[in-house]
Design a binder for this molecule. Structure first.
Ligand code: 4NP
Length: 167
């Protein structure tokens, strides 16, 4: 995450509560989009959770199934966020207001706090205040997550392109 001309890759971390539903899906939706746009080497993505409860687990089987039906293969292993993430990543993106509040509190200083965003800020065509937690709900919740992630990832791509062009 150095600021000089394209020497180092740009890094984005997606964060949700458990790191088994929303953020691993966001990571893969964004990775596929970046690859399609030829930016797979320039921009790296990862995801993490605010709790360690599911550490080491693959994404929730329902999330994997709904993602698979749209062509995404989710293979991330859940991991909790760590202090070094605030130094390593150029953007740290929470899925809802609770995530963003927690990240804001965990950030070690104002500079890293300025790199915390909410995913829905990047929505293009849909309107929502959060990517809602689908864990305790049904099928529609997982579809909504993917709808919101696909829409916001295209907005995020435009945002990142601008940032890359400024370096
Ligand atoms: P996620 O969903 O934050 O989108 O990964 C959740 C997964 C697990 C739990 C909560 C939310 N949990 O409480 O175990």
């Amino acid at each position: 995450m150095e600021k000089d001309c394209g020497v180092k890759e740009y890094k984005i971390l997606f964060v949700c509560l458990g790191n088994i539903c929303r953020s691993p899906a966001a990571e893969e939706v964004m990775r596929v989009l970046l690859a399609k746009e030829g930016l797979g080497d320039a921009v790296k993505v990862d995801s993490a959770g605010l709790i360690a409860y599911h550490e080491g687990e693959l994404p929730d089987s329902r999330m994997r199934m709904h993602a698979y039906l749209r062509g995404y293969s989710l293979s991330h292993r859940s991991r909790p966020i760590r202090k070094s993430d605030f130094k390593d990543f150029d953007m740290i993106i929470g899925m809802d207001s609770n995530n963003v509040e927690d990240l804001t509190e965990l950030a070690p200083d104002d500079e890293s706090r300025s790199r915390v965003f909410k995913m829905t800020r990047f929505l293009q065509t849909k309107r929502a205040d959060s990517v809602p937690d689908p864990y305790y709900g049904g099928t529609e919740g997982f579809e909504l997550v993917l709808d919101l992630l696909e829409d916001s990832c295209s907005g995020l791509l435009a945002f990142v392109r601008q940032r890359l062009s400024c370096r």
